[in-house]
Design a protein around this ligand. Structure first.
Ligand SMILES: Nc1ncnc2c1ncn2[C@@H]1O[C@H](COP(=O)(O)OP(=O)(O)OP(=O)(O)O)[C@@H](O)[C@H]1O
Ligand SMILES: Cc1ncsc1CCO
Length: 542
């Protein structure tokens, strides 16, 4: 029997008759959703008067009882009090004072409060409520009053969750099968995580409420088990423990060589790249030279189909327009749902407000696996003022604390971070790896950074393929299913491929400048071997 005031919050259904598909009965839909795995039900019927609400609640309670699932009433204390003590109440900030509600409800009933800010979170902890509904994580159709400024996005939601300090919370607002993974992983901090998701239309508006609930339940369960199987969570991107002290540069380099061998010998993973028209051809050719298969599509209409077969995704904002923006939304969500790595290349993000907005939007809807940029780009995302961005190709910025930047960004965004330049810095929020391979001619051609992003995505795809079938340890806050050290090795694969190939290409007698260099670079990439990695890598663990 579920404890009345400590229920299972993982999949919380909020009802709304208006959203039912034509011909679908309210109670049939409720029963189906409970069969699909709903663990908590809130009756929220804004257009019902007290009498009607009571009738709906009484009938619903019988169904919830069959599944031993607790039920709450939205906002209506009188109706809640008219029902048995096992029925709870959920109230908003503007509804009834929560302490008063608790006094009237008595100590036993489940009581929830909506929380939108860090200040409200702090107050909720001692208010007498049992849990907080935190949001709106995304914009929502079911609450017309949720304006853009009330949408928190997963990153601001994470601050609220942190302020709740372990007080139970469920995410609410625009959570559906597309957004649930990013919302959960994005809102989870190193210490505290949401206990579940609350959904309305993602279940109620579906003909197949049972299947809709089942899909969502499996996503929440995957998240919760990833959190609990992680070793003691610490303030790092992947929540790893002391095992990292054993990390060796040689083994990372040799592991990236194994990925190259696997790519050469196995079937090529599909790398879906949404990129600028400037760098598209070079990036596609780099993908081919590394024995992967490129597809340069940014159509949202095919995101789901491609998502089933892609090995990794690159989102590059180089010449982003409205179509690509829509495409990135769909492709990013599909990748998150499928556990596929996503590389974000925020080209020229410091150069305009438009680019900043595009990057924020992407990072709000998609959990990025690796964020790659030059000093100006990553400096802009981190909010540094010491590096200025004038265009899309400015790799020249120097940073006082490159190491600190990649570490803190990786922790903040819960992803790998790769800072490119003469020396490349790679971090997962816990360790920092530097690579000083490369040739200045890479800075003399356009799109070398973009192509590097694609090479890194290829390595991450290989890392995921290598982890298939084995138990993934310690990936407590990562959507992607690969060993965390393998993700570092996968990123390193991309860096070593491009930089070592550039050195070998520049040394070729026929190379006389940027034009001949591009051709030689592709040749050297296609000839690259694991042995060359081992011989030439200039990699250090900082
Ligand atoms: N002067 C240099 N010496 C050695 N390697 C370099 C140099 N400049 C760039 N690189 C290498 O080139 C690759 C691309 O990095 P860079 O910082 O130039 O990207 P970017 O500015 O995003 O490029 P683009 O905008 O043209 O795509 C990195 O792997 C980096 O190591
Ligand atoms: C030159 C250029 N303009 C937009 S994207 C791009 C390629 C460098 O990233």
């Amino acid at each position: 029997m579920t404890k009345l005031n400590a229920p299972d919050y993982s999949l919380y259904l909020v009802t709304s008759r208006e959203l039912l598909p034509p011909g679908v009965d309210f109670y049939d839909s409720l029963r189906a959703s409970l069969k699909g795995g709903v663990t908590l039900v809130q009756i929220r019927e804004k257009h019902a008067d007290n009498g009607e609400l009571l009738e709906i609640a009484e009938k619903s309670l019988k169904i919830c009882d069959e599944f031993n699932v607790p039920m709450l009433i939205n906002d209506n204390l009188a109706v809640a009090l008219a029902l048995p003590e096992r029925v709870g109440l959920h109230i908003g900030q503007e509804d009834f004072p929560v302490a008063k509600a608790r006094a009237l409800l008595g100590p036993k009933r489940l009581l929830g409060i909506s929380v939108h800010t860090v200040e409200q979170a702090a107050a909720a902890r001692t208010s007498g409520a049992n849990y907080a509904g935190v949001g709106a994580v995304y914009g929502t159709l079911s609450k017309a009053n949720v304006t853009e400024d009330k949408v928190l996005g997963p990153r601001r939601t994470a601050h609220v969750i942190e302020a709740l300090q372990g007080f139970p919370s469920v995410l609410i607002g625009g959570i559906n099968q597309r957004t649930a993974a990013r919302a959960l992983f994005g809102a989870a901090g190193p210490e505290h995580a949401p206990a579940g998701i609350a959904v309305i239309s993602a279940i109620v508006a579906r003909q197949d409420a049972q299947e809709a609930a089942r899909e969502l339940k499996s996503m929440v369960n995957a998240f919760l088990s990833a959190r609990s199987s992680a070793q003691k969570p610490i303030a790092s991107a992947f929540g790893l423990g002391a095992s990292r002290s054993q990390l060796k540069v040689e083994s990372l380099v040799s592991r990236s060589g194994e990925f190259l061998r696997a790519l050469r010998e196995g079937s090529p993973p599909l790398i879906q790249t949404l990129t600028s028209h400037v760098s598209s051809t070079l990036s596609a050719n780099v993908t081919l030279a590394l024995s992967a298969s490129p597809i340069m599509s940014h159509q949202d209409a095919e995101a789901d189909d491609l998502g089933n077969v892609t090995g990794a995704v690159v989102l590059n904002i180089g010449t982003i327009g409205e179509e690509a923006r829509r495409g990135m939304r769909a492709v990013g969500s599909a990748a998150n749902r499928g556990g596929k790595p996503v590389v974000l290349d925020p080209v020229g993000v410091g150069a305009s407000a438009f680019r900043r907005q595009a990057v924020n939007e992407i990072m709000d809807h998609t959990q990025i696996t690796l964020l790659k940029g030059n000093a100006a780009e990553l400096g802009a995302i981190a909010g540094l003022t010491e590096v200025q961005s004038r265009g899309v190709d400015s790799g020249s910025g120097t940073l006082r604390d490159a190491r600190g930047l990649v570490l803190s960004l990786a922790r903040r965004e819960r992803c790998l971070v790769l800072l490119t330049g003469k020396t490349d810095y790679l971090s997962d929020g816990e360790v920092v790896i530097t690579c000083s391979n490369g040739h200045a001619l890479l800075g003399a051609i356009t799109g070398s950074g973009c192509a590097l992003g694609v090479a890194v995505a290829t390595g991450l795809a290989a890392a995921c393929l290598a982890s298939q079938g084995s138990e993934v340890k310690g990936a407590g806050s990562s959507i992607v299913k690969a060993q965390p050290d393998d993700l570092l090795a996968g990123a390193l694969f991309g860096i070593l491929s491009m930089t070592i190939a550039s050195e070998l290409a520049a040394a070729r007698p026929e190379v006389r400048g940027p034009g001949t260099f591009i051709a030689a670079l592709l040749d050297e990439l296609s000839l690259m071997t694991p042995e060359t990695f081992a011989q030439r890598a200039k990699v250090a663990l900082e």
